[in-house]
Design a binder for this molecule. Structure first.
Ligand code: 9MR
Length: 365
């Protein structure tokens, strides 16, 4: 794992990487160690994150939330930011055309408020998890371009309007550029043309003027063709005075792949355009079964992404896409892979959890 590339050349990075390497951690007097360990163990990630100004978040699976008290308790203890893994997506909210169901999403927002957590909104537009009536209607030609634009606008006003004032940041458009760095071929691009992206931001801003409005995607951690396409898109949106405020870097990594190049440089170039940044869906999967090497590589990757966030100026939050291996989208999508999260199936901390804690403790602004 070439984790040091992400933050190379900085003393703090070197120090952090050293401290999460058990073999090279300097020995300290036993009493100090014991005290420090006890204090750290009593604290959740949110406690150690606090002094850095970077929020620590998780995606929440509302089925697990309602069925599994330890899951719910861990969310309250460890995180000061949450995002709905699924229940704010269009297909979940408007399963039947014209019938809006905010029950599960409201439950999450209410619980966040009770626990002093911010809420990220995910997502107002995506090419997946859309209502059947929408995709079928477009496919059959029953919904034409004019109607699609009206439907989309109404959707933004209904959903962002419903949560107005309660969502700190919206993923306004999710995954709108593909891996060949072109605007993704979706029903929205086909029928509405590239202008739909600017429209989405303008509508979202009208619907909830205080929410920070983000573009969000995967495979944009480092400097590469896809992240550069976003960089150019943001420049254009800014030049057109479109209200875009943030760039969300999902951070779905795997230990079997090289760690992305120049993560900090990438974050900084978006910040120079005047945007906030956030890591929005971090997980680090591995070929199963786990072993000590993979688990350690995973800890490095989590830590290195968080280091880039802490070393940047305007990286506001670091969100993991689920926190326990008990509930994860990974095994269902990537055959033979899993163990992507920071706690195991029994909610016991893995080295990645400790690495995040150490990184938060030592890093800062
Ligand atoms: O984790 C989500 C999973 O439960 C859903 O089945 C899936 C549907 O495609 O979406 C997953 O979340 C995705 C997120 O919304 C956008 N970025 C990629 C995430 C993982 O697929």
């Amino acid at each position: 794992m070439k984790v040091t590339r992400a933050v190379a050349g900085t003393a703090i990075a070197a120090a952090l990487l050293l401290t999460i390497t058990p073999q090279s951690a300097p020995a300290a007097p036993a009493t100090t160690d014991a005290t420090t360990d006890a204090t750290a163990a009593a604290q959740g990630l949110r406690d150690v994150a606090k002094r850095t100004g970077v929020r620590i978040g998780t995606a929440v699976d509302m089925a697990a939330f309602n069925a599994d008290p330890p899951y719910r308790e861990a969310i309250a203890r460890e995180f000061n930011s949450v995002v709905a893994e699924n229940v704010m997506k269009w297909g979940e909210i408007e399963r039947e055309r014209g019938v809006l169901d905010f029950t599960a999403a409201d439950q999450l927002v209410d619980s966040a408020r009770a626990n002093g957590q911010q809420v990220r909104g995910h997502t107002l537009l995506w090419h997946n998890q859309n209502p059947g009536w929408l995709t079928d209607g477009v496919a059959s030609g029953e919904i034409d371009a004019t109607e699609l634009r009206q439907i989309l606008k109404r959707h933004v006003f209904e959903v962002a309007g419903h949560f107005r004032g309660r969502i700190v940041a919206w993923d306004v458009v999710n995954e709108v550029i593909d891996d060949s760095a072109q605007l993704r071929d979706t029903i929205f691009l086909r029928l509405l043309g590239p202008e739909y992206i600017a429209d989405m931001f303008r509508w979202a801003h009208q619907a909830d003027p205080k929410a920070k409005l983000y573009l969000n995607d995967y495979n944009v951690e480092g400097v590469n063709a896809k992240s550069t396409a976003y960089y150019e898109l943001v420049k254009q949106l800014k030049a057109d005075r479109v209200p875009v405020h943030g760039f969300g870097i999902q951070g779905h990594l795997g230990v079997q792949y090289p760690f992305p190049n120049n993560v900090l440089d990438n974050v900084r170039r978006f910040e120079k355009l005047g945007l906030d940044t956030a890591f929005t869906e971090v997980d680090v999967r591995m070929p199963m079964p786990p072993d000590a090497t993979k688990i350690q590589a995973q800890a490095y990757a989590y830590s290195a992404l968080l280091q880039a966030c802490l070393l940047a100026q305007r990286c506001v939050s670091f969100t993991v896409w689920g926190f326990t291996d008990k509930y994860s989208w990974v095994p269902g999508v990537f055959d033979g892979q899993g163990a992507a999260n920071i706690l195991d199936e029994n909610f016991a901390p893995k080295p990645a959890y400790d690495a995040l804690k150490t990184t938060f403790t030592l890093g800062g602004r």
